[in-house]
Design a protein around this ligand. Structure first.
Ligand SMILES: O=C(CO)[C@H](O)[C@H](O)COP(=O)(O)O
Ligand SMILES: [Fe+2]
Length: 229
């Protein structure tokens, strides 16, 4: 198995960056080759940790006008924050399937607010649960740690979920998040993920550009190439 007919994109998670300098830390990631920014929103209910909400996203957007913001919404009521996040400047709203009783109407609500839609699943949620919604979203996120904290150990046993999705959907954007770095990227790339969230491995490196370049190279090595006409 390998990544599909879609581009590799590297999205640093700024969770473990120096959050007192969020704008400059984010800009540094972009200057070092990041394709987008993955912003982890936690509400202390869906996950046992608390980060930030729309006011911070709005401030960051003023400093970073052009980058793609992927909002990873680890919140208990994802319906509640769609409008605020859209107005704050989010490009994609990635909610957790476990957090809503009505994914279809949430997807519609996100689209109507003008954002792309991501749908994520936690490690204990089977991939089959997300399949009915894949055709309606822009991206599927397979969590490779229990959501809540950066710097945790990558769960290899999530790779069959990625493989299953890639086999069924060669063009789908498949994101992995949690413990992804230079020692785990090969498995991720082989399984077929093309959107790579990496926090500690990039942010804590003295050479983030080199880490981003190596992550991208691994994904591209396994990518399916479009056959010439
Ligand atoms: O959603 C997350 C945690 O819930 C983070 O995006 C993730 O943990 C990234 O950090 P790291 O690469 O250090 O694991
Ligand atoms: Fe995340």
């Amino acid at each position: 198995m390998m990544s599909g007919l879609c581009h590799c994109k590297i999205g640093p998670s700024i969770l473990n960056a120096d959050l007192s300098c969020l704008a400059s830390e984010s800009q540094k990631m972009l200057d070092n080759g990041a394709d987008y920014l993955h912003l982890d929103v936690m509400d202390g209910h869906f996950v046992p940790n608390l980060t930030f909400g729309a006011p911070l996203v709005q401030c960051l957007r003023k400093h970073i006008p052009h980058a793609f913001f992927d909002l990873h919404m680890m919140v208990a009521q994802p319906e509640k924050w769609v409008k605020d996040m859209a107005e704050a400047g989010a490009d994609q709203y990635t909610f957790h399937l476990e957090a809503t009783s009505d994914p279809e109407s949430l997807i519609k609500q996100i689209r109507e607010a003008g954002m792309k839609v991501g749908i994520g699943i936690k490690p204990n949620t089977p991939v089959e649960d997300v399949l009915p919604f894949v055709d309606k979203v822009d991206m599927v996120l397979i969590m490779t740690v229990e959501p809540g904290f950066g710097g945790q150990k990558f769960m290899s046993n999530m790779m069959p979920k990625v493989k299953c999705l890639r086999e069924k959907y060669p063009r789908l954007d498949i994101e992995v998040d949690g413990g992804v770095g230079l020692s785990t990227i090969e498995e991720v790339a082989k399984a077929g993920a093309n959107m790579i969230v990496s926090g500690s491995a990039i942010v804590k490196s003295s050479d983030p550009k080199s880490v981003i370049d190596q992550l991208r190279a691994a994904v591209n090595k396994w990518a399916i190439k479009e056959s010439p006409p």
